[in-house]
Each structure stands twice: as structure tokens, then as C-alpha cells.
Unconditional design. Sequence first.
Lengths: 198, 194
Amino acid sequence: MRQRNDHSDEAPRREELAAYFDGELSGRRRQLLEAWLADHPEAQADLEEWRQLRRDWQTTRATEPSASTWAGVQERIVVAAVPPRARRWRMVLTAAAGLAAAFLLAWFLHRPTSNDEPLVVASAGDIEIISMEAADASALVVGHPMSEPLVLADSADINVENIEPDGDGAMPSVRWWTGAEAPMIVATLTPEPPEDER
Amino acid sequence: MSALCLPSDEELLARYAKGDGRVLEELFRRYRQPAYRVAHRLLGNEADALDAVQDAFVKALTHLDTFQGRSQFKTWLLRVVSNSALDLGRQRGRRDQLKGDAWQTDEKDWPAVLGCEEPGARLERADLRRLLDEALATLPEAQRRTFVLHADADLSYREVADVLGISIGTVMSRLFYARQKLKAFLARRAALQS
């Protein structure tokens, strides 16, 4: 065995016993170690104990799990381990699906109700103004706000054709303004007298 | 299929990288047993060992892009397995300490070897395994891992060196000192019992 003051490079190292035992030592190093072993019975005893340890170690190896157990493990691996290329496709498809869902949602929220007509809130024939507070005079709008710019009506846009009494027989008081400051709702108007009175 | 017809690991991995998930079955068949033996030796029971094997295969296959072919798939996989097993063992050690349980080998992992083992012999084997597990636990982690990779996965010195990223000389030294420590522990235990 190499001593501290032994500068011979050919003297075996004690650790080489492990390599010798495991069949990892060959050629000149093996020959030197075998020669050294012949003079060191304590190292031979070590080797014998290592052989017993090896036998015990192999005897106590766990038995292989059943085929069904392995099948279960493999199945879980398959689910969890997606191949790289498939993983990239999955990411692309997931992103595309998300984008498609976003477009679908946007289309659903803003879709037209028919192919030809814009969304109609109410037509002129749907509205019958019975009465109105003066404070609300500027609140009413006309037109189709979803499909065209808002157009505020002024007094010149409105033509009062007929005013009828309500269910109680009361006639509405309609005021009419003119000019740029006029509110957009129908203004007061003095009803025309009946035709036979004109 | 003869051995000559079997595709190499590199061929299988190339096909897997292109999306062929079927090669997983062959890779798993090739390396599940050494992976399991390493994990079982480090963890001591079937359930934890299977978890470590499953975890290792998933990690290895999910991170194939980091593999880069600089080592064999086998040694790379066993590195992941031993890492997973040691991590799980640390967690279990902390959990066992909190519960106050001793680290014990699960006897149900020791079915009759050839179907004709007598119960007494099986019990002896289970006792021997417990004793060896105790001895193994006294080794420093580096020696323990080196020894198990060689003794249970049957890796050569070069393969062990590849797994652990160390020199062959270091493998040899670790195995030498691991065996000496195991031998000493078993001798002390035998002396106490006698």
C-alpha cells in the first residue's frame, strides 16, 4: 500500500480494491493489485465480507411490481408527459381556441338582428307621446343609435300632424320653440282649428 | 422482435420529440426496473418508489429539450430518479419526524421470491432488508446514492460517473468507503446481538 513518503506511481491505492472487486480494474493496475493482495490478508478478508454484502444486497432487492401495477404507472405517465411537438400543438390550439372564443363573444354581443336592417330601437309609428314634462323636453332622441350617429331633432324636423285628447278628454299643452337653442323635442304648438273653421 | 431490430434510445427519443407518444411504452419497459430498484432502495416501500419512478419519467420526457443527448437516456433518467427519490425521502423523513414514526420497510413488498419461499425465510429476508436499510441510512448522501446506483441499477463506474457528474476515480473511492462503512455497521450490529 502506498505510504505517504512512497512516491512510486505503481503502488496500488487501497481504494482500488473497490475497482478490483467490481471488475473495473484491468491490465497493469489489476496485476499490481493482485500482487499486493497476496501480501495483505486483511484486504482479502475485506473482499470476502464485501462478497457477502453483495449477496445480501441482491437477495433483498425488491421484487418487480405486477404487470397491472406497471400498466397503471405507464398510463399516468402518458397522461402527464405530453410529447414536445404535441405540447406545442396543444399550446397553439389552446391559444387559437381562446382567440376564437373571444371573437365569438364579441360577435355575439354586437351582432346585427337581421342582415338588412340596423337594430331598431323604435320606429316613429311605435311612439305616441301623450304628455311630457317640460324638464324632459330635451331627453327624447330619434333615429337608430346603434347603427348611425345620433341625430338630435330640432323643431324644424318635427311636424305635428294631429293632437288628440287623452282618455280623460284633456287636450295636451304642446309648446313649440324655434332657433338653435330650441330643445329637440316637440315644442308647444297651438292646435289648428278644425277644417270647417279655417 | 430480436435485439437487432430494436431501435436505439436515440431513435426512440427522436420519434417521441416529433410527437410519437407510442415510443413511451418501449422506453418505459426498458428502464422501469432499474429505476424502480434504485427508488425502492432509497425509499424502502413500493408506493413511494412507484411515485418516484412515475415522477422521474414524466420529468424526463417533459424536459427532453434539456437532455440534448450529451449523455445516455438511461443515465439521465436514473439521475432524475435518484433525485426524485432523495427529495421524496427528505419529505418523508420530515413527515415521519413530525409523526414520530420510525422509518420502516414495508413487509408487503417482500412476496415469496419464487412462489415457494417459506414464511420464515421471507421474514428473515425482510429483517435483513431492514438491517441493510439502516446501514445505508448511515452513509453520507453522496456515498449512498453512488452505492445504490451501482449495486441496484447495475451501472458501471463510467455510467455512475455520468449520472452523478463525477470522475470514475471518485466513484471508486465512494464505493470503497461506502462498503467499509456498511461492513462496519453490520459488524457492530452483529456484535450487539450476540
